[in-house]
Design a protein around this ligand. Structure first.
Ligand SMILES: [Zn+2]
Length: 101
Protein backbone atom coordinates (compact mmCIF):
# COMPACT_ATOMS: atom_id res chain seq x y z
CA UNK A 1 0.00 0.00 0.00
CA UNK A 2 2.84 2.32 0.86
CA UNK A 3 4.56 1.77 -2.50
CA UNK A 4 1.36 2.79 -4.31
CA UNK A 5 1.21 6.04 -2.35
CA UNK A 6 4.88 6.78 -3.05
CA UNK A 7 4.61 6.08 -6.79
CA UNK A 8 1.38 8.10 -6.98
CA UNK A 9 3.12 11.02 -5.33
CA UNK A 10 6.03 10.71 -7.72
CA UNK A 11 3.63 10.71 -10.69
CA UNK A 12 1.91 13.85 -9.42
CA UNK A 13 5.29 15.52 -8.86
CA UNK A 14 6.43 14.56 -12.38
CA UNK A 15 3.18 15.91 -13.86
CA UNK A 16 3.64 19.23 -12.03
CA UNK A 17 7.23 19.56 -13.22
CA UNK A 18 6.24 18.67 -16.80
CA UNK A 19 3.35 21.15 -16.80
CA UNK A 20 5.71 23.88 -15.57
CA UNK A 21 8.15 23.02 -18.35
CA UNK A 22 5.36 23.16 -20.95
CA UNK A 23 4.35 26.64 -19.76
CA UNK A 24 7.80 28.15 -19.30
CA UNK A 25 9.64 26.49 -22.20
CA UNK A 26 7.23 24.94 -24.74
CA UNK A 27 10.07 24.07 -27.15
CA UNK A 28 12.44 21.17 -26.57
CA UNK A 29 15.31 19.72 -28.59
CA UNK A 30 14.25 17.68 -31.61
CA UNK A 31 14.86 14.00 -30.85
CA UNK A 32 15.91 12.63 -34.28
CA UNK A 33 18.61 15.28 -34.78
CA UNK A 34 19.30 15.92 -31.06
CA UNK A 35 18.70 19.65 -31.54
CA UNK A 36 21.33 20.15 -34.26
CA UNK A 37 18.93 20.55 -37.21
CA UNK A 38 20.83 18.06 -39.41
CA UNK A 39 20.67 14.29 -39.49
CA UNK A 40 24.15 12.80 -39.21
CA UNK A 41 25.82 10.81 -41.97
CA UNK A 42 24.86 7.12 -41.91
CA UNK A 43 26.76 4.00 -42.98
CA UNK A 44 24.53 1.41 -44.63
CA UNK A 45 27.44 -1.06 -44.83
CA UNK A 46 29.34 -1.54 -41.60
CA UNK A 47 32.01 -3.85 -43.02
CA UNK A 48 33.44 -4.71 -46.40
CA UNK A 49 35.67 -2.91 -48.89
CA UNK A 50 36.14 0.80 -48.31
CA UNK A 51 34.85 1.71 -51.79
CA UNK A 52 31.52 -0.08 -51.11
CA UNK A 53 31.20 1.57 -47.71
CA UNK A 54 31.83 4.93 -49.40
CA UNK A 55 29.15 4.22 -52.04
CA UNK A 56 26.57 3.07 -49.47
CA UNK A 57 26.96 6.13 -47.28
CA UNK A 58 24.04 8.50 -46.67
CA UNK A 59 25.40 12.05 -46.38
CA UNK A 60 24.31 14.43 -43.63
CA UNK A 61 21.02 16.05 -44.52
CA UNK A 62 18.60 18.60 -43.06
CA UNK A 63 16.19 17.22 -40.48
CA UNK A 64 12.68 16.93 -41.93
CA UNK A 65 11.06 16.40 -38.56
CA UNK A 66 11.86 19.90 -37.29
CA UNK A 67 12.54 21.68 -40.64
CA UNK A 68 16.19 22.13 -39.54
CA UNK A 69 15.25 24.27 -36.55
CA UNK A 70 16.40 21.68 -34.01
CA UNK A 71 13.33 22.45 -31.90
CA UNK A 72 10.05 20.67 -31.35
CA UNK A 73 6.93 21.57 -29.42
CA UNK A 74 6.49 19.48 -26.29
CA UNK A 75 3.65 16.98 -26.40
CA UNK A 76 1.94 18.50 -23.36
CA UNK A 77 2.04 21.98 -24.90
CA UNK A 78 0.62 20.66 -28.18
CA UNK A 79 -2.22 19.01 -26.26
CA UNK A 80 -2.86 22.23 -24.33
CA UNK A 81 -2.92 24.31 -27.55
CA UNK A 82 -5.28 21.79 -29.20
CA UNK A 83 -7.74 21.91 -26.31
CA UNK A 84 -7.53 25.71 -26.13
CA UNK A 85 -8.16 26.12 -29.88
CA UNK A 86 -11.03 23.63 -29.70
CA UNK A 87 -12.57 25.55 -26.81
CA UNK A 88 -12.18 28.88 -28.61
CA UNK A 89 -13.63 27.48 -31.83
CA UNK A 90 -16.64 26.14 -29.95
CA UNK A 91 -17.30 29.35 -28.06
CA UNK A 92 -19.44 31.97 -29.75
CA UNK A 93 -18.31 35.49 -29.05
CA UNK A 94 -21.74 36.49 -27.68
CA UNK A 95 -21.71 33.53 -25.24
CA UNK A 96 -18.86 34.93 -23.22
CA UNK A 97 -19.94 36.61 -20.02
CA UNK A 98 -19.18 40.30 -19.83
CA UNK A 99 -18.88 40.67 -23.61
CA UNK A 100 -21.68 42.64 -25.19
CA UNK A 101 -22.16 42.41 -28.93
ZN1 LIG B 1 15.33 17.76 -36.01
Amino acid sequence: MRIIAISGGAAVLWALIYATKCVRNPLAACRPCAGTGTRPERQLLRRGPRILRWIFKVPPRPCRRCDSTGRRIRLGRRAYDYVRNLQQAGTRSDDRPGVKS
